[in-house]
Design a protein around this ligand. Structure first.
Ligand code: GDP
Ligand code: MG
Length: 307
């Protein structure tokens, strides 16, 4: 940290905090809605297929006093296949590494086996946990209290905050608690809330999401997406994005490209449409597929992916 930076920070706030927060909870409890509400932009990837995300940054919220980097931690509630088991391991590992965990439950739904499993997992981590009972706009107070008691049984000693991600209720309380968890430190990401970097990141996530949605089971897990060029042509209200889909196998390359390029074209079309809606401008998106058997070993790629 330079002296200059230090002083300007001192002037505005005194202490700056920054850290990583994992958001967990079974599908449909409102994780993406919560993130989008907190960040005020569509950042989290919403998709009908579970586990579209590994442990990934889904949003960064920077204010004058703190930077919260939200991570999506999938796989914590399923443990069937080997891939799933690996994802569970990663999820558990992540929970120990982050500065705090937000566990979302649906006030409108019963506590299920998945919740019991999550609670069991959380009992084993030392990281601070906040239980969020979401969708309180759908239930009466009378129903909420028993649910809160049940949560307190499942995971004793944790703070419980009822929220409505959709209506934005209770979010200031939750953000206050989260901020207190964060260690003092410089922001990990600089340049404002929506940096070029995070836009690039979003672009790669959206392409990856389309690969997930459009290809068969085994393909998505071996895929990484990097952005080779991201340039804004302001005068034309256009962003030019060149991206590479890295895959570990030759056979997967064929599937990703498809018959006469049909698959790649569709991935590109859907990603472009979503990016145009997200960034509010025209997008020129060109996709490449590259077989890269060792992409998981390539530190440059991993850094770019935020892993
Ligand atoms: P995720 O799978 O955990 O990411 O859940 P989503 O954020 O995709 O939300 C699943 C569904 O619940 C969507 O239809 C949301 O609109 C809805 N939802 C999320 N939060 C709330 C809330 O606070 N109140 C209500 N009524 N609906 C919500
Ligand atoms: Mg989601």
């Amino acid at each position: 940290m330079t002296e200059e930076k230090n002083q300007s920070k001192e002037k505005t706030s005194g202490i700056f905090r920054s850290g990583y927060i994992a958001i967990i909870g079974r599908p449909n409890v409102g994780k993406s809605t919560l993130l989008n509400q907190i960040l005020g932009e569509k950042v989290a990837i919403v998709s009908p297929k579970p586990q579209t995300t590994r442990n990934r940054i889904t949003g960064i919220r920077t204010t004058s006093t703190s930077q919260i980097i939200f991570l999506d931690t999938p796989g914590i509630h399923q443990g069937h296949s080997l891939m799933n088991r690996r994802m569970v391991d990663t999820a558990l590992h992540t929970l120990d590494e982050v500065d705090g965990v937000l566990w979302l439950l649906d006030a409108h739904d019963k506590i299920k086996q998945e919740e019991e499993r999550i609670a069991e997992t959380l009992r084993g981590v030392e990281t601070p946990v906040l239980i969020l009972i979401n969708k309180i706009d759908l239930v009466s107070k009378g129903k909420l209290l028993p649910l809160m008691e049940r949560c307190a049984q499942l995971l004793p000693g944790k703070e419980i905050v009822p929220v409505s991600a959709l209506k934005g209720e209770g979010l200031d309380i939750l953000l206050n608690i989260v901020e207190r968890w964060l260690p003092q430190g410089e922001p990990f990401f600089t340049g404002g809330e929506y940096t070029d970097q995070s836009e690039r990141f979003l672009a790669s996530e959206i392409v990856r999401e389309k690969v997930f949605l459009l290809t068969r089971e085994e393909i998505p897990y071996g895929v990484a997406v990097t952005i080779d060029e991201f340039s804004e042509k302001e005068e034309k209200n256009l962003i030019v994005i060149l991206a590479t889909i890295h895959t570990e196998r030759d056979s997967h390359k064929g599937i990703l490209i498809g018959k006469r390029g049909a698959m790649l074209k569709e991935i590109g079309k859907q990603a472009r449409e979503e990016l145009e809606a997200l960034f509010g401008c025209r997008i020129f998106l060109e996709l490449f597929v590259r077989v890269d058997p060792n992409w998981t070993q390539n530190p440059h790629l991993l850094i770019e992916m935020g892993l």
